[in-house]
Design a protein. Structure first.
Lengths: 360, 360
């Protein structure tokens, strides 16, 4: 098969189709990263770097402010939803298929403008990165920040994660913990010799079932929290009393709480049980009071919303760079097998971003 | 490696050592079945048949009664507990290692007597069979009963399953069912969009936790029941609200209950949930009122006990042949990594069986 290529002179809608039809499920971003790199290298106003399967393209116009605009190029696994199709949802034209929402429409808008805007009002660092949909350890943006922090520098950042074309500020933090019960194995024909660890998990599930998550206001945005079991496993064989049961819970917490505070909350809730935090990431405060953020909000002309999901805006936040989410597509459709993005949102996002970047 | 062979003139204790040192984990019974077949074929008083990895050896002395004596030759997986070792437990000599309890000591006693007793008081059908420790569908005794019912014929059966050298009559039935809860998937950052199926399993576990199993007397023996979760699973990914949770329960029920009654009991307990029976086997009534059973009880001279675990005695029971468990070893040690059998029990079992079979 010939290596795929991209035509950045196409419309952002057509470019979304091109991007979606190139398989880039996490761990297979290489061909798409190659196509992106080749396409942006054709534009002499961009200084292009490649780090793994992450492509960085920067303008060097001597502007006094720099904006970082980033998007991940990987998707969750395809499930019969490629190639992309044109469909109507509620009478509105949509592009349907894996990646349309999360987040190739956003990447298409970025690529289109990166190629087109040779002289934006601010210097721009465009970043298209790999491995966002899998473990933290391989996240391309994390690795870029660690190995080449100079490529991440900027005064404001925009992440193209789906946000229905609105600005979503900050993000909740996320913590995963294993709650473990222990018993004593025995043959199930003589269960009274053992102790059933799965039965003991009843209490853990009751805590979860009766938990009432809070809504917390941070810098004017209301962040809704959540605490859920995401995995449960236990059992040795069909005739053995199980000696262990593990419930993995995911706590999404408002950005006003630290990881330490979130950990204490979970440990308190499951007092008496063996609780182990397996991963955690702080949220990001909205940061909407930064001057560039205010200008961007004014340009887009809509009230910012909180972002519930953890996104890589938190990485910019951790580097002291105010960052928002801004991209086409309904985030509740991310990862859904029927994900589809309204064509009008692609066009509107593109126009807002073009207007703002060209406003001088 | 040379094909293993067996010396049936050795003591039953030494023969146990020989048997344990031949790996016969389920699906790998071939070499041991070959060795058993070759060893019993050397004795002209035995009419030997081979069906798969099951070996049948029959006397044809024209006695008016026939006893079937059977044992399985496979074991659960080895876990660093072979070769067999001589150890002391509470000051008593034991053979330690995989299969010593379940049930190569029992098979050793049977092989020893099969070779030795050329003229027993009753005709004897010795059966050594494969695949007892795995799925019902491959059980050698089940397949023998289906393909060659004539080889199973008899007036009384003794299964050499570990029973501490006592007679254990009948067995509990066993039923496995899956109790399923269903929810709606969503990203865990927006958990309120979904419905958590794992949380709903709290109620299933509460039913199990508060269940008080009954003890039921059947033909003078008290059978203790049990209902336990043996497996639980649920969850899609660390950031997804799970849409399904499955609790597999194992119900051990007294032989006075039919599979149908046991099923109804479980369905009633989990009313409102999706309950699917995945496998079930009726128990076996003790059958101790059969004349040969009475004679055997008198010869061994001990009070019969109920067998809690389901054993292949139920297959004889289903064919209308009264059957008991009688073998060396503590059944609670079956499958344990530290299984070990008291040498004295091997010797006592051998003597009881020899005395009874030679009593004429």
């Amino acid at each position: 098969m010939a290596a795929p290529s991209l035509d950045l002179s196409a419309t952002a809608v057509d470019l979304t189709r091109q991007l979606c039809d190139i398989d880039s499920v996490s761990d297979n971003e290489g061909p798409l990263a190659d196509a992106i790199e080749a396409a942006v290298r054709a534009h002499p106003h961009l200084d292009v770097s490649r780090v793994g399967d992450t492509v960085v393209a920067r303008t060097h116009l001597g502007r006094d402010r720099r904006v970082v605009i980033a998007g991940h190029i990987d998707t969750v696994p395809i499930n019969g939803n490629v190639p992309v199709r044109d469909v109507e949802v509620d009478g509105e034209p949509h592009l349907w298929g894996r990646g349309t929402v999360d987040m190739k429409a956003g990447v298409a808008v970025q690529l289109k403008l990166a190629a087109e805007l040779a002289e934006p009002d601010v210097d721009v660092t465009w970043i298209w990165y790999d491995h966002e949909e899998v473990g933290e350890d391989r996240n391309g943006l994390r690795l870029l920040a660690a190995a080449h922090p100079e490529l991440m520098e900027g005064d404001f950042a925009i992440l193209g994660e789906p946000s229905n074309g609105h600005i979503e500020g900050g993000c909740n933090g996320t913590l995963r913990a294993e709650i473990r019960t222990r018993g004593v194995r025995a043959h199930s024909a003589r269960s009274w010799v053992g102790h059933n660890a799965i039965h003991d998990a009843a209490e853990v599930l009751q805590v979860l079932q009766s938990y009432r998550p809070r809504s917390i206001e941070v810098e004017g945005l209301t962040f809704r929290e959540g605490l859920n079991a995401v995995m449960i496993s236990g059992g040795v064989a069909g005739n053995v009393i199980p000696d262990e049961c593990v419930v993995q819970v995911n706590y999404r917490f408002a950005p006003s709480r630290s990881v330490q505070e979130a950990t204490e909350h979970v440990v308190d809730l499951f007092e008496g049980f063996d609780v182990r935090v397996v991963d955690a990431a702080a949220g990001a405060r909205p940061g909407l009071d930064a001057p560039l953020a205010q200008e961007f909000i004014d340009a887009v002309g809509a009230t910012p919303q909180p972002k519930y999901g953890w996104t890589d805006v938190a990485r910019f936040s951790a580097l002291g760079i105010p960052a928002v989410n801004f991209g086409p597509g309904d985030p509740t459709k991310a990862h859904a097998d029927d994900e589809s993005v309204p064509v009008a949102q692609i066009v509107a996002t593109e126009e807002s971003l073009r207007t703002w970047l060209s406003r001088a």
